[in-house]
Design a protein around this ligand. Structure first.
Ligand code: IZC
Ligand code: ZN
Length: 420
């Protein structure tokens, strides 16, 4: 078979190949790295990976051959937790936060998520699209080729749908693949403060409508003290499961409420945050092989403890990392900084970090058959980093190491600019 494209002279090719299931324990640190490799692509997919000279039968008249100049190549990075589509920003709360007012207190004063709800309601589809597209271009530049995006800044059907339609349109128009999550249960609207159970009923009514419109594959709940309680979250999640949604939970982000236990009990695909997860909850997640989606940028930005990731890895919980990109608790699209916090804050090795943003992240959004590793038959999503090895990318922090990004075999970002 003749290749459309061959990338040759790859110094270190991080394939993430091997294993059948999310990587746990020591597997997270056992990463296949091929030296002096090449990668051959046809029809958006990988057809050959080799180290012993490019086979003649791969090269046809139209085959394009590019020299990777000895640099490092990894699978396209996957971010399984973002709040991509929203109106406005919240820098007006920044000084308050620096003066010690907590995230939850700001929310209780009608700010935080509720402030972004106001801006998102006001924004048109076109405005939301333009703002989210700008973020997607930045993400592409950091080497991300697939992300998850949540709604949650409407808290009523019309605006929630508007957000998810923006994500759907961007998924079609932009090189980034976007997996969509309905997060109607993101905060209690002020008008329901005295009767949150009534709002739970309203969300449950929205679930079949969102599903019928084909706008979301996952359902998520912000389960936290002062937001949605364990019984309220459970009620929404079980109703969603019944309709065919896969489940995600913002669990134990601030207070140890039993969120990790709920993640295991309802059989979610991932439990997210888990900074305050209990030992019992961690063990229950390990038993079910549920992904812990860890968001160290939020710990960094809120000045909170980092999630107990070493304990999770030791207990056999598969770990993924995400930006949590949102206008409040983590306003950054820079996954490379998040990966550096993975090492500096969570004490993960660079290999564990790369496992967490590739193959384990793919499992966390149910895309593991097509992305997350560079293997024959999988999508040709990959990044050429201007670095001699992956340790260098984590160690040399705060800058962007991306040279080129390929999505489905096509160059979409090169030397500082998008080019799709
Ligand atoms: O806008 O504050 N934690 N939801 C739960 C968020 C952070 C996003 C936000
Ligand atoms: Zn979140």
């Amino acid at each position: 078979m003749k290749a459309d494209f061959i990338l040759k002279n790859i110094g270190q090719l991080v394939t993430m190949a091997g294993g059948n299931g999310p990587r746990i324990g020591k597997q997270m640190d056992e990463v296949e790295i091929l030296k002096g490799a090449y990668l051959a692509i046809k029809d958006k997919k990988i057809i050959t990976i080799g180290t012993d000279g490019i086979k003649d039968n791969l090269i046809g008249e139209k085959t394009i051959i590019k020299d990777a100049e000895g640099l490092t190549v990894t699978p396209g990075l996957i971010d399984p937790h973002t709040h991509l589509v929203h109106g406005g920003s919240r820098e007006n709360e920044f000084s308050k936060k620096l003066n010690g007012v907590s995230y939850i207190d700001i929310l209780n004063q009608g700010g935080g998520i509720l402030s972004t709800v106001k801006s998102t309601k006001k924004a048109t589809h076109k405005q939301l699209y333009k703002k989210a597209k700008k973020s997607l271009d930045i993400m592409l530049g950091y080497g991300m080729t697939t992300i998850e995006a949540k709604s949650g800044y409407g808290l009523e059907l019309e605006t929630e749908v508007k957000q998810m339609e923006v994500a759907k349109n961007l998924n079609e128009d932009h090189p980034m693949d976007i997996a969509s999550t309905f997060l109607g249960a993101h905060a209690i609207p002020i008008e329901y403060k005295g009767n949150p159970d009534k709002f739970v009923e309203e969300i449950i009514k929205m679930l079949p409508i969102v599903m019928e419109k084909g706008l979301a594959e996952f359902c998520d709940v912000f389960c936290e003290e002062g937001v949605f309680s364990i019984p309220q979250a459970k009620k929404i999640l079980l109703a969603a499961k019944e309709l065919g949604y896969k489940l995600k939970i913002h669990a134990d982000e601030i207070v140890s409420l039993g969120g990790a236990e709920l993640v295991a009990e309802v059989g979610a695909i991932s439990g997210d945050h888990l900074m305050a997860a209990s030992d019992k909850g961690i063990e229950m997640m390990a038993k079910k092989g549920i992904i812990a989606n860890i968001l160290p940028g939020t710990s960094f930005n809120l000045g909170k403890a980092y999630a107990p990731v070493r304990k999770m890895i030791e207990k056999g919980v598969p770990v993924a990392l995400s930006t949590d990109y949102n206008p409040g608790s983590c306003p950054t699209e820079n996954i490379q900084f998040i990966m550096q916090l993975g090492s500096l804050g969570l004490k993960m090795t660079p290999k564990e970090v790369f496992t967490a943003v590739t193959i384990n992240a793919a499992y966390s959004i149910g895309r593991e058959k097509n992305i997350g590793s560079l293997e024959v038959g999988k999508a040709a999503d990959f990044v050429i980093f201007d670095a001699p090895n992956i340790d260098y990318i984590i160690y040399h922090f705060g800058i962007n190491h991306t040279k080129d990004v390929y999505k489905n075999g096509k160059l979409v970002y090169s030397n500082g600019r998008v080019c799709y």
